[in-house]
Ligand binder design. Structure first.
Ligand code: DNO
Length: 398
């Protein structure tokens, strides 16, 4: 697999010069300043490419391999407002990316929020920090801070009672910190929204069922995949994170069968999956090897990350923390072995995309990471440790 590294652009506290020292050989980036629904211009794409590649007389040796993400607008996800304009802008971004030689484009189809955690600095026994999702805290946020209409009915009475007790102990500062963690503009999230804005966006989806949202995703793909296919581009959908319904919002990309349904509906090599073990792995019966064996030929991008279910559950919703890359609930070695077997199948079939780009997704904040403000989940040393462990596993399996 090609070992890539996510770089948020010139505002990222970690520089390209530092990334060169991690051993990564490719870059994942996006034009985060361009709003969903607007087209990315060739000029803007080329500027980012130059920032990554360095000047001609001192090239960094790194290229922009994967776009994560060209975000899908709320208009497209909810099918309201300027949907046709946004489809056209998306197609234009794809044309412009292809013109600049970039072929792999990640996106997600989670309405309103991107990834969600309740604690961005959960202390580990070794002195590091991890990100964590505590279901009881989350329900405390949903029922008693956001006070979402009808929220309590979506959970069991026992867990709502636990959440109420938790909320009573939080105090004003604790409640504010929890709310900030949940709705803060995490990397990839569209914006930084206040609680009342979150509520407004949630209201927009009140009538949207999971089937309707899946229909909107399939419509989106029907609109943009033919263009991607013509251009030789690979779109890949990131799973829901966490992979269960939150805040009453429908979720449609949480499991292998969700992927099978959407990939079958628009049959094209240009429509594929971002295989994120960290997100999918929170589901109790996630089987990474079965997923790769069934849908591997449509996996265009891989996020290797591990999670550990580490607390109470309520139906299919769980507490989890982000584990070391080789520890946690997902058998990372079996996963890598299966992905490498998929690469071998592609080489035998003569596919040009036989080297699948992967990145170490998230990492614990370790050592000097504590002194440096970075995007939550994206510290230098923790990710470098993850990449080094994954690289070792790949070398051994090869
Ligand atoms: C979190 C990331 C997500 C991801 C988007 C893809 O660290 O995995 O923000 O980039 O969901 O569209």
């Amino acid at each position: 697999m090609k070992q890539t590294w996510r770089w948020f652009g010139p505002s990222d506290a970690i520089s390209i010069a530092e990334i060169r020292q991690t051993g990564a050989s490719g870059i994942v980036s996006a034009l985060h300043n361009i709003l969903p629904g607007q087209a990315w211009s060739v000029d803007d794409i080329k500027t980012r490419q130059r920032e990554i590649e360095g000047p001609d007389d001192a090239p960094t040796g790194l290229n922009w391999d994967v776009v994560e993400s060209v975000p899908v607008s709320e208009a497209i996800k909810g099918q309201t407002g300027p949907v046709q304009e946004h489809f056209e802008a998306y197609r234009q971004s794809l044309r412009n990316l292809a013109e600049c030689g970039i072929r792999t484009v990640c996106y997600n189809f989670m309405p309103v929020l991107d990834w969600t955690r309740t604690d961005l600095r959960y202390p580990l026994a070794n002195g590091g920090n991890a990100m964590r999702f505590d279901l009881v805290d989350f329900i405390a946020f949903d029922c008693f801070i956001l006070c979402r209409y009808g929220a309590a009915e979506e959970y069991s009475a026992e867990i709502v009672a636990q959440a109420q007790e938790r909320f009573a102990k939080l105090g004003d500062a604790g409640a504010q910190a929890l709310a900030d963690n949940v709705v803060a503009g995490l990397p990839g999230a569209n914006d930084r929204w206040s609680l009342s804005e979150v509520q407004e966006r949630l209201d927009a989806y009140r009538e949207v069922t999971a089937d309707a949202l899946r229909g909107n995703l399939i419509d989106f793909l029907s609109e943009v995949v033919p263009t991607a296919e013509e251009l030789g581009l690979r779109l890949c959908c990131h799973p829901d994170d966490p992979p269960f319904a939150l805040l009453g919002l429908p979720r449609v990309m949480s499991t292998q069968s969700d992927y099978a349904a959407v990939l079958d509906a628009v049959e094209s090599p240009a429509s594929g999956a971002t295989f994120c073990t960290g997100s999918l792995g929170v589901v109790q019966d996630f089987d990474p090897v079965a997923f790769i064996e069934a849908l591997g030929d449509r996996i265009h991008f891989v996020h290797l990350r591990n999670t550990l279910r580490d607390g109470v559950s309520d139906g299919d919703r769980h507490c989890f923390s982000e584990a070391e890359h080789l520890a946690g609930d997902t058998d990372m070695i079996a996963t890598i072995r299966a992905l490498m077997a998929e690469e071998k199948r592609r080489r035998t079939a003569g596919r040009t995309d036989h080297e699948i780009p992967m990145r170490p997704d998230h990492g614990h904040a370790l050592l000097a990471d504590h002194e440096r403000p970075v995007q939550p989940g994206y510290p230098l040393i923790g990710r470098m440790r993850g990449l080094a462990e994954l690289r070792g596993a790949m070398a051994a399996l090869a």
